[in-house]
Design a binder for this molecule. Structure first.
Ligand code: KG4
Ligand code: ZN
Length: 342
C-alpha cells in the first residue's frame, strides 16, 4: 500500500509518500514571505501553496520512485488551520483523486502530529500525548488508534505562539521559538522568575499571562536602556522564559500520566524540538519508568510525512472519505472530543 500525503494547513506546502516499507519521500516547501510581517499572513499563505503544490507533489512522487498511478489513496489535511490554505491542498487532492480514481483520506492536523511518532516507531496503546505547536497545545489520552480523548488544552496562546510572541518582544525574528531555544542553552533558567500559570490546576494551559509578565518586566527598563538590557540579558531571559513554559508542559504531562496510569507518553508538534522540553520530558520518563516517544526534529514541525503515515494507519482500518469532505478551520474543543473526523 502506498499513500500520498499532502499538507497545506499553514505556511508549509508539503508532500510525502508512505508505504508498507516505511517513508519513501518527505518534501517540504517553506514559505519565507511571512518573515517580514512577524507572523503568517493567510492570504500570502494560500497564494504560495497554489504556486508550489504541483512541484512539491511531483518531487515527492519522483523521490519515492513511484508514479501517480501506483498511489492507493491520497491523505490530505482537512484542518484545523487557515481555511484558504487548507482549501488549496484539499481541492488539489480532490482533483488527483478524480484523475487516478483512488480514495481520499481526510486528516486532522493535530492527530497527524501525534502519529508522526509512528513514522519510524510503533508506540503501544494506550498513551498520553502532548501536542505543542504554533497553533495548539493539547493533552490527550489515546486508548486505541483514532480514539482520542482531550484532557486539556490552552485557554489562550499555544505554547509555540508563546515562544514566538515573547521572542518578538525580545526582538527575535519570526518564528522565535528555535532562536529562543538556542539562546536559552547559554543562559541561567533561574535568573528571572516568570509566572507558571495553572501549574497544579487541572489539565488546561494558559500562556498569555507569561507574555504580559515579560512585557511588564521589559517596560520597567527605560526605553533608551531597553535594547542594551535585552541584549546583555538575552540568554538568561530566554532560559528563564523557556523554563516557565516547559515546566508547565512537563508538569501537566506528569499529572496526565499519573491519572491515566499509562506506560507510554508521546510528545509532538513544533515545540517538541525544544531542547529544554525534551530534556524535562526525558527526565520524567526515566523517573517514572515510562516509554517515551518524540519524533525526529524534522517530523516535529509541519510536514507531510505525518499526514501520509496517519493516512496509512487510517487506510489499514478502512477509514476513507469522499469528495464531499470539507475543510475545517477549528476543531470541536469539547473535552473528550479531539477529532472532528475521527
Ligand atoms: O508544528 P508546527 O510546525 O506548526 C504548527 O502546527 O503550529 O510548530 C511551529 C511552532 C512555532 O511556534 C515555532 O516557534 C515552534 O514550533 N518551535 C519551537 C522550536 N522549534 C519550533 N519552539 C521552541 N523551541 C524550538 N526548538
Ligand atoms: Zn502543525
Amino acid at each position: 500500500m502506498k499513500i500520498l500525503g499532502i499538507e497545506s494547513s499553514c505556511d508549509e506546502t508539503a508532500a510525502a509518500v508512505y508505504s508498507n516499507e516505511g517513508l519513501l519521500s518527505n518534501i517540504i516547501a517553506s514559505q519565507l514571505e511571512h518573515e517580514a510581517f512577524g507572523g503568517v499572513v493567510p492570504e500570502l499563505a494560500s497564494r504560495a501553496h497554489e504556486l508550489t503544490i504541483i512541484s512539491t507533489v511531483k518531487e515527492a512522487l519522483e523521490t519515492a520512485g513511484v508514479n501517480l498511478e501506483d498511489i492507493d489513496a491520497i491523505a490530505v489535511t482537512r484542518g484545523p488551520g487557515l481555511l484558504g490554505a487548507l482549501l488549496v491542498g484539499l481541492c488539489f487532492a480532490k482533483g488527483l483523486s478524480l484523475r487516478i480514481g483512488k480514495p481520499l483520506i481526510g486528516i486532522n492536523h493535530i492527530e497527524a502530529h501525534i502519529y508522526a511518532n509512528f513514522i519510524e516507531c510503533t508506540p503501544g496503546f494506550p498513551f498520553v500525548s502532548l501536542v505543542v505547536s504554533g497553533g495548539h497545545t493539547q493533552l490527550s489520552y489515546v486508548d486505541k488508534p483514532f480514539s482520542h480523548q482531550l484532557m486539556g488544552q490552552t485557554r489562550d496562546d499555544a505554547s509555540g505562539e508563546a515562544f514566538d510572541k515573547i521572542g518578538k518582544l525580545l526582538g527575535l525574528p519570526y518564528p522565535a521559538g528555535p532562536q529562543m531555544d538556542k539562546w536559552a542553552q547559554q543562559g541561567n533558567s533561574k535568573a528571572f522568575k516568570f509566572p507558571q500559570a495553572l501549574l497544579h490546576k487541572g489539565f488546561d494551559f494558559s500562556f498569555s499571562g507569561l507574555k504580559t509578565s515579560v512585557l511588564y518586566h521589559l517596560q520597567e527598563i527605560s526605553e533608551e536602556k531597553r535594547e542594551a538590557y535585552i541584549s546583555n540579558n538575552l540568554a538568561d531571559l530566554c532560559a528563564s522564559i523557556s523554563h516557565a513554559i516547559t515546566e508547565i508542559l512537563a508538569r501537566k504531562m506528569e499529572m496526565a500520566a499519573n491519572q491515566t496510569g499509562v506506560n507510554t507518553i508521546l510528545l509532538a508538534g513544533g515545540v517538541s524540538a525544544n531542547s529544554m522540553l525534551r530534556q524535562k520530558i526525558e527526565t520524567l520518563a526515566e523517573k517514572k519508568g515510562l516509554s517515551l516517544y518524540i519524533p525526529k526534529p524534522v517530523y516535529c514541525t509541519d510536514n507531510a510525512a505525518m499526514i501520509a503515515v496517519t493516512g496509512y494507519l487510517k487506510a489499514r482500518e478502512g477509514k476513507y472519505d469522499d469528495l464531499h469532505m470539507k475543510p475545517f478551520a477549528r476543531i470541536n474543543t469539547d473535552k473528550g472530543k479531539l477529532s472532528r473526523n475521527a
